[in-house]
Design a protein. Sequence first.
Length: 151
Amino acid sequence: MEVWITNLQSKIAVETEFLRDVVTKALRLQGYDDLPDVSVALVDDAYIQVLNREYRGADQPTDVLAFPMDPADATGGEPTLGDIVISVERARDQARQFRHPLRREIALLAVHGLLHLLGYEDETETGASAMLSRQKELLDRILGTEAKGGR
């Protein structure tokens, strides 16, 4: 089982090993002893806008999308949670807006996407509250003092 990181953009440098560690630690904190496969794609705004338009009907860039694996599609191989797609350009802009490092914003978006893969939702007030609480708890445990920030 593995966490796959694919950097499909070249505009902004991203610490891919740091990102792999964040996702791995978050999975372990969620109780996974044997890690399921998760892929994370780092993209630019144009790429994520196409995905957002195609899959969510919103013709604009967004910061993160999550595509859970349909258990019915499983072929009996290794368990796969799904795919996370992060716009590094959105992450950079949000890091500036909230005045924290890019690596923190990338970690936040990765954890947010991972929680979606695990079934958390943020479309309702109750769901959003539970998801944001768990997201903060995971980030605090993974990043320690680096996690303190505006969101």
